[in-house]
Design a protein around this ligand. Structure first.
Ligand code: NAI
Ligand code: MG
Length: 350
């Protein structure tokens, strides 16, 4: 099977962890007879400094010719974050209708967490990625005056909420069959009851899945105190953003957390990237943890329809971590390339 994949290593440690993950993906592809065709795009902050934009004018058209996008990170001290985010990532998410953001929150043996959990955690956070609280509707009036006001509208649509709920329920169905919906319908009395209703309606089609609606404040506390009790969590754009950052903090280093921005129908390319940014503080030093990027690669293989190849890669980096090898952020002493070499050897050995 041939898959065309667009690669944007981007800035900072993106230039270190993307090549590391690609080596692993190429090795996996060879062992599973997959033809992964990578096209590299040198877009990002350096490109911006040379051309005044993060990607060429026809950047989205170029990406559209691929089945998936494999991204490192964008962001540099020399370019404003608004520029790097709105010049590349946000246009990609919107243009390609990547309406689901998935972040697995899972403890890995060998990754020390400051909030070390008593029991293993394995949660899938499904965040609605295209609407909700992040709308452009609203405004500010009476600037500087005592009655100055700001209004920001939240938009939930039946389509948007139900497709997120369906995605989450179908994931729950093939996992622990428990779905928790983050809500705040006691305080937010129009949009959140609507969210609750549509979620309930959608999940009714999955009788094997038990749905619990939980107020997000209590849910946040429980995520810290007893994270092992959750299976799949579905949340709106804003609530999901916050809960997923909380989740990755509970399981350990930001360097291991992966994410996928999905267009589940496959009409457009989906994007796979680690949760972390370009980490300018350690860029170029060989200290970057490549696990978040490798795990994102495993999610990409799964999305492309190759679950065995995905789990081969996943098993390899998990077992290297379990053996006690790791980069500095997870308490180890390996460099990016030493860790990657160990993963490659493990891929061959299993
Ligand atoms: P960051 O995630 O880049 O770094 C936060 C801290 O975690 C740093 O101390 C860093 O050294 C450490 N860290 C991150 N990834 C690591 C890894 N793989 N291995 C070891 N340590 C790691 O977040 P920060 O510093 O807030 O942002 C830096 C730049 O990245 C900014 O320009 C920001 O806008 C951008 N950014 C880009 C994202 C993206 O491309 N999706 C996401 C988050 C931030
Ligand atoms: Mg965030």
């Amino acid at each position: 099977t041939t898959h065309k994949i667009a690669v944007i290593a981007g800035d900072g440690i993106g230039q270190e962890v993307v090549p590391a993950a690609l080596e692993c993906l190429e090795r996996i592809a060879r062992l599973h007879s997959l033809d992964l065709q990578f096209t590299h795009f040198d877009w990002g902050s350096d490109y911006y400094l040379r051309h005044g934009r993060m990607m060429p004018e026809d950047g989205l058209e170029q990406l559209a010719r691929h089945e998936a996008i494999f991204l490192g990170a964008v962001g540099s001290p020399q370019v404003s974050d608004a520029e790097s985010l709105w010049g590349l990532l946000i246009p990609i998410r919107r243009e390609f209708q990547q309406y689901i953001n998935v972040r697995p929150v899972k403890t890995l043996d060998g990754v020390k967490s400051p909030l070390a959990s008593k029991e293993p955690i394995d949660i899938l956070i499904v965040r609605e990625n295209n609407e909700g609280e992040y709308s452009e509707i609203g405004g500010r009036i009476y600037r500087g005056q005592p009655h100055e006001s700001a209004v920001q509208e939240t938009i939930f649509t039946r389509l948007g909420v139900s497709r997120a709920a369906h995605y989450a329920a179908s994931q729950a169905s093939s996992r622990g069959r428990r779905l928790t919906s983050a809500t705040k319908s006691n305080g937010i009395i129009h949009t959140m009851p609507f969210w609750d209703e549509i979620v309930e309606e959608a999940v009714r089609l999955y009788p094997e899945v038990t749905l619990t609606s939980e107020l997000v404040d209590a849910l946040a506390a429980h995520l810290v105190l007893k994270p092992w009790t959750y299976d799949v969590i579905v949340a709106s754009n804003l609530l999901g953003d916050i809960l997923s950052d909380l989740g990755s903090a509970v399981t350990g280093s930001i360097g291991v957390a992966p994410s996928a921005n999905l267009n589940p129908e496959g009409d457009f390319p989906s994007l796979f990237e680690p949760v972390h940014g370009s980490a300018p503080d350690i860029a170029g030093m060989g200290l970057a943890n490549p696990v978040g990027q490798m795990w994102s690669g495993a999610m990409m293989l799964e999305h492309l329809g190759h679950p065995e190849a995905a789990s081969h890669l996943q098993t390899a980096f998990e077992s290297v971590l379990r053996e006690g090898l790791g980069t500095r952020d997870v308490g180890g002493t390996s460099s990016t390339s030493e860790f990657t070499a160990a993963v490659l050897a493990t891929i061959d050995a299993i």
